[in-house]
Design a protein around this ligand. Structure first.
Ligand SMILES: *[C@@H]1O[C@H](CO)[C@@H](O)[C@H](O)[C@H]1NC(C)=O
Ligand SMILES: *[C@@H]1O[C@H](CO)[C@@H](O)[C@H](O)[C@H]1NC(C)=O
Ligand SMILES: *[C@@H]1O[C@H](CO)[C@@H](O)[C@H](O)[C@H]1NC(C)=O
Ligand SMILES: *[C@@H]1O[C@H](CO)[C@@H](O)[C@H](O)[C@H]1NC(C)=O
Length: 511
C-alpha cells in the first residue's frame, strides 16, 4: 500500500509527458524511437562483467586550461594534493560523465568546468574519468556504475581524512549514467556529501528500481535533478522519468526541448543513417547540462521552476505561485528545500542560452446567455509592459471553450517586459474574422443589445510567476472601439468591483 501514491505520481508524470506530445512530434519520435531503441534493446542482453576492477582517475583541472588533464589526484598519495594546488578550504566539484561511444570526453565537460570556475574562482573542479568503463556496451556500463561509485567514495573518504575538508563543500555533478555513479559515490562514502546534482539521469536499467540501485535523495544532504529527455515507452526513456531527488525539475515537461530539431535530425538520418540520431537524442539529453551551465554563467537571469501536480496543470498556468517555497531557482542557485516527499517542479525555457522565460497565467471567463459547445477559436494575446512588448503570443487551448466558465492559460514571454500595463486580445474562429462579423460585433455593441449568442469577456486576471505580480484587466474603452480585431484591456479602475457588472464587458463575436 505504501508504494501506491508514489506510483500514482509517477503515472501522472508519464501521462503528462505523453499528452504534451503533438501528433507531428509523436510521429517523429515514434520513428526515432523505433530506430534508436531497437539497437539499444540489443545492448540489454546480459553480459558477464569481465572483472570488477575499474580505472577511475581524478583530474583537477585549471581555470586557465579547462580542457586539459594536467594533474591527477591519487588516493593514498597526499603529495598529489599539493602538486595539483588543491585548496581544502574551497568548494570542490566532482564532474562525472556518462556513457560514451567515442571513449573521449564530450565538449560539454570543459564548458561545465569553465562555468564552475567562472562562478567559484577558488574552487577545485575535478573531472572524474571513468571513460574506460563507460565505453562498454550500455548495459555493462550501467552495471558498472556501482563499482565506479564505490571507487569515487574511496576517493572522497581519502580527501576528507587527508585535508579535513567539510563534506558540505563537496558537490557531485553527474550526467546521464554519471548521475547514478554520483548516487553510488554518495551512498558509499563514510560521511554524507553536501550535494548531488543529477543532470538527466539515465533511464534504461534504472527506471523503477529500488532507491539503493539508482540516484536517490538518501545519497546526499541535498539532491537536485533536471530531467530533459524523459520520452519513450515505459522503462526505455533515455532520461529517467520518475523523480529521484529532493527536488526534480522537468523543463518543458521533461521532453521536447525547444531548439532540438527533430525534423532536422530525421533528415540527417535519411542522409547519413542511424548514427545521426545521436544528434537529436544528445540535444535533449544534454540540454540538462546547458541549463545548469546557464545557471552558473547568468545568475542575474536565473530561471524559476514551479511546483505542480502534473505537466498538464502547469501548461494551464495554474501553478505559478511562490508561496510556501512552491517555486525555486533552476540550477546552481536552487534553494535546498528538503521536504519529506519529493518535490516535482516545472518550467518553460527558451531554445538557447539564457534559457529563462517569463511565465504568465491568464484567467479568462467566457460568458454568454446561450450554451455553446462548438467553438474552438484561436486566441492571440499581446502584452505591453514598462520595459517592452511581447506581441502575437498564441494562447494554447487545452479544451474547448465552455460557456460561463473560467479558463486558465499559460503564456510565456522570452523577454522581460517589466510591469504589465496593457493587453490586447484577439479571438478568431476557424475561418478568421470576416468584415461583416466585425461590423455586427460593433453594431450590436452600440445597440446595447448584444445578440443572445454572443460570447463575452469581462475581465482578464493575470498572475506573473517571475514577479508574483497579480492584476485584473478590464476592457479599456468599450465606447471608443474601432473596427479592429483586437480588444484592448488595461488595469481596471479601483472601483471596478462595484460598477463592474456593466462596465468593461466586450462582446467577442456574433453569429
Ligand atoms: C573483485 O574484487 C575482489 C577484491 O577486490 C576480488 O577478490 C575478486 O576476485 C574480484 N572479482 C572479479 C570477478 O574479478
Ligand atoms: C583557497 O580558498 C579560499 C576560500 O575559498 C580562498 O580565500 C583562498 O584564497 C584560496 N587559496 C588559494 C591559494 O587560492
Ligand atoms: C451565464 O451567466 C449569466 C450571468 O450569470 C446568465 O445570465 C446566463 O444565462 C448564463 N448562461 C448560460 C448559458 O447559462
Ligand atoms: C447550460 O448548460 C449547463 C450545463 O450543461 C446547464 O446547467 C445550464 O442550465 C444550461 N443553460 C442554458 C441557458 O441552457
Amino acid at each position: 500500500m505504501k508504494g501506491w501514491p508514489v506510483r500514482c505520481l509517477y503515472f501522472l508524470v508519464l501521462n503528462a509527458a505523453v499528452q504534451s506530445v503533438t501528433s507531428l512530434e509523436e510521429e517523429l519520435s515514434d520513428s526515432i524511437f523505433g530506430n534508436f531503441l531497437d539497437p539499444l534493446k540489443d545492448l540489454f542482453e546480459p553480459r558477464e562483467l569481465e572483472s570488477n576492477a575499474t580505472a577511475v582517475r581524478f583530474s583537477l583541472r585549471k581555470p586557465s586550461m579547462p580542457e586539459d588533464d594536467l594533474c591527477y589526484l591519487t588516493p593514498g598519495k597526499p603529495e598529489s594534493l599539493a602538486a595539483c594546488s588543491f585548496n581544502s578550504t574551497s568548494k570542490t566539484f566532482l564532474v562525472i560523465h556518462g556513457w560514451t561511444v567515442s571513449g573521449m570526453f564530450e565538449s560539454w565537460v570543459s564548458k561545465l568546468v569553465s562555468a564552475l570556475y567562472r562562478r567559484e574562482h577558488t574552487a577545485n573542479v575535478i573531472v572524474v574519468d571513468w571513460l574506460g568503463t563507460a565505453q562498454n556496451h550500455y548495459i555493462v556500463a550501467a552495471q558498472s556504475t556501482q563499482l565506479v561509485g564505490q571507487e569515487i567514495a574511496g576517493f572522497i573518504d581519502w580527501i576528507e581524512e587527508t585535508t579535513n575538508m567539510p563534506l558540505e563543500n563537496l558537490h557531485l555533478i553527474g550526467y546521464s549514467l554519471g548521475a547514478h555513479v554520483a548516487g553510488f559515490a554518495g551512498s558509499h562514502s563514510t560521511n554524507k556529501v553536501g550535494r548531488i546534482t543529477g543532470l538527466d539521469p539515465a533511464g534504461p536499467d534504472f527506471e523503477g528500481q529500488h532507491a539503493h540501485r539508482r540516484l536517490s535523495p538518501d545519497d546526499a544532504h541535498f539532491v537536485d535533478v533536471l530531467h530533459t529527455f524523459t520520452r519513450g515507452s515505459l522503462g526505455l526513456s533515455i532520461g529517467i522519468q520518475q523523480p529521484v531527488g529532493h527536488v526534480d525539475i522537468y523543463p518543458n515537461g521533461g521532453g521536447f526541448q525547444p531548439g532540438c530539431n527533430l525534423h532536422g535530425a530525421l533528415e540527417k538520418i535519411a542522409n547519413y543513417g542511424l548514427f545521426a540520431i545521436t544528434d537529436a537524442v544528445k540535444c535533449e539529453h544534454e540540454r540538462s547540462i546547458h541549463l545548469f551551465i546557464d545557471s552558473l554563467l547568468n545568475e542575474q537571469t536565473a530561471s524559476k521552476a514551479y511546483r505542480c501536480g502534473s505537466n498538464q496543470m502547469f501548461d494551464r498556468g495554474v501553478c505559478l505561485s511562490c508561496r510556501k517555497s512552491r517555486c525555486n531557482t533552476v540550477g546552481y542557485d536552487i534553494s535546498k528545500v528538503r521536504k519529506a516527499r519529493n518535490v516535482q517542479m516545472y518550467t518553460k525555457t527558451r531554445a538557447s542560452m539564457p534559457f529563462r522565460v517569463y511565465h504568465y497565467q491568464l484567467k479568462i471567463h467566457f460568458s454568454s446567455k446561450v450554451n455553446r459547445s462548438d467553438i474552438e477559436p484561436s486566441l492571440t494575446v499581446s502584452l505591453y509592459g514598462t520595459k517592452g512588448d511581447a506581441e502575437n503570443l498564441e494562447l494554447k487551448l487545452k479544451e474547448k471553450i465552455a460557456t460561463n466558465k473560467t479558463h486558465s492559460f499559460l503564456l510565456v514571454t522570452e523577454q522581460d517586459i517589466g510591469d504589465l500595463l496593457m493587453l490586447k486580445f484577439r479571438w478568431e474562429e476557424d475561418k478568421g474574422w470576416s468584415a461583416s462579423s466585425m461590423l455586427k460585433m460593433v453594431s450590436s455593441w452600440w445597440s446595447g443589445d448584444p445578440d443572445s449568442s454572443d460570447m463575452a469577456v469581462h475581465r482578464i486576471r493575470v498572475r506573473v510567476g517571475e514577479t508574483q505580480q497579480k492584476l485584473v484587466l478590464c476592457v479599456k474603452d468599450p465606447e471608443a472601439l474601432s473596427l479592429t480585431q483586437e480588444i484592448t484591456f488595461v488595469k481596471c479602475r479601483a472601483d471596478w468591483r462595484k460598477t463592474g457588472a456593466n462596465r468593461g464587458t466586450f462582446t467577442l463575436e456574433n453569429h
